[in-house]
Design a binder for this molecule. Structure first.
Ligand SMILES: [Zn+2]
Length: 429
């Protein structure tokens, strides 16, 4: 492993493709060497690997790592002889939380990663950036965003998961130029500021975490559109996960997130493990580079997306990852059709009178049984049958719709997580 420090954010995406390939090939081999030296899991898995250096094309021949592997052999993934500086947990597939470790250098790497991403999105050194996400609760991304803001020489305002009124007061008093947060919350914040007459025009850029704001054709979802009624052309997506310890943030062209070339190699895989070309939808699979404490090789994230075809108009040579269309685990099979809950949700977002919703799936056979539960605005005239019809018009799938009282829905959706939960899976097996 090289000892180069991540001291200054440097966007390597501008280098030409040959230079990037040469760098990635070197970093990939250093990474695999580190895995074999320090990771009990990969020492075993990669034991039969040839001694020669691999090319980038050889990567597709290596085995993938699933969330299930991480759950079942969690301790074997923690690199030996690496001092952890931060310990996190994610929900494991076996029901036991998975431990994730980061070394001091891994935290510096995260800071560098987010600083490069924020600068690409258009945050500028010297600005004030309001962070509306938690930095505790074992949430690594919140810490990474904070470190990223500091690393790009901007000022972080860590108001976290504080009340909407408190964010309004801070925006009024400190006039931040940028915000990082969950878009559904920021859309509510925008509406509150407008209602209260708070001037939020200082905010020019928003980095949206945790929820997609674009559709597959890269146009804004209704949520993205709502956010941009308050802050026009401000919204940029970023994608990250605790395991891959890397984020991909949209540049100012806002047409997919660029993975930093020195930090990650991204592949999109079909269900049978084939590498898919740009434009084809599959599972986002990441080999994070330069990670010390918990290195991973070809980690299948469970998130479904695609590489955006063609070159980014920004001129960077790095690929772009499109919006997350769903989770592999949330894939629904309804009478021979494969669909993700987001396809229903984006229709529901556009039906006047529907103020909230969630989806339940059950069944034990080849076809899933899906029901949609909606909350209507007071006095709304829309009926469940009309909603089912509108869903059918867009998805060609008939799903029953039921009305639920607002209190019951609120408890289901917001009662258990830092993000709204709209998908409930009661399928057997
Ligand atoms: Zn770009």
């Amino acid at each position: 492993m090289t000892t180069a420090a991540f001291s200054r954010p440097t966007d390597l995406g501008w280098q030409n493709r040959d230079a990037l390939r040469a760098m990635q090939t070197r970093l990939l081999n250093e990474h695999l060497h580190h895995c074999r030296q320090h990771s009990p899991f990969y020492r075993k898995l990669l034991a039969g690997l040839p001694e020669r250096d691999l090319t980038l094309e050889d990567l597709s021949q290596l085995p993938t790592t699933s969330k299930q592997d991480l759950s079942l052999h969690n301790q074997d993934f923690i690199a030996q002889g690496q001092q952890a500086a931060d310990l996190c947990f994610t929900s494991g597939t076996t029901g036991t939380p998975c431990q994730i470790a980061y070394s001091q250098r891994d935290l510096d790497r995260l800071a560098y990663n987010d600083a490069v991403g924020f600068l690409a999105a258009g945050f500028l050194p010297g600005q004030r950036i309001l962070l509306t996400c938690t930095i505790d609760r074992c949430f690594i991304a919140g810490l990474a965003y904070y470190r990223g803001v500091v690393a790009m020489n901007a000022a972080a305002i860590r108001n976290g998961l504080n009340t909407i009124e408190s964010h309004a007061q801070i925006i009024s008093a400190l006039r931040p130029e940028g915000i990082v947060g969950v878009p559904s919350f920021l859309a509510k914040l925008g509406a509150h500021l407008a209602e209260q007459g708070v001037d939020a025009s200082s905010v020019k850029k928003i980095v949206c975490i945790g929820e997609p704001i674009r559709r597959q054709d890269m146009s804004l979802t209704p949520l993205g559109q709502k956010l941009e009624t308050f802050w026009p052309e401000a919204a940029h997506s970023t994608y990250a996960s605790s395991e891959i310890a890397t984020s991909f943030t949209e540049c100012q062209e806002r047409q997919g997130g660029h993975p930093p070339a020195d930090l990650a190699i991204v592949e999109i895989l079909s269900p049978d493990g084939k590498v898919l070309p740009p434009g084809e939808v599959g599972e986002v699979t990441v080999t994070p580079l330069q990670v010390e404490a918990m290195p991973l090789v070809r980690f299948r994230t469970g998130d479904i997306s695609f590489l955006v075809p063609g070159d980014c108009p920004c001129g960077r040579s790095t690929p772009r990852i499109g919006p997350i269309l769903g989770r592999q685990a949330q894939m629904l099979k309804i009478r021979g059709t494969t669909i993700f809950p987001n396809a229903f949700f984006s229709v529901l977002d556009n039906i006047p009178g529907v103020v909230d919703y969630y989806l339940e799936v059950s069944g034990a056979s080849l076809s899933d049984e899906v029901a949609i539960f909606v909350v209507l605005a007071e006095g709304s005239q829309v009926t469940p049958a009309e909603i089912t019809e509108k869903l059918y018009a867009r998805t060609r799938i008939h799903v029953p719709t039921c009305l639920v009282p607002p209190d019951e829905a609120r408890q289901r959706i917001y009662g258990r997580s830092r993000k709204p939960v709209r998908f409930f899976d009661f399928r057997k097996g």
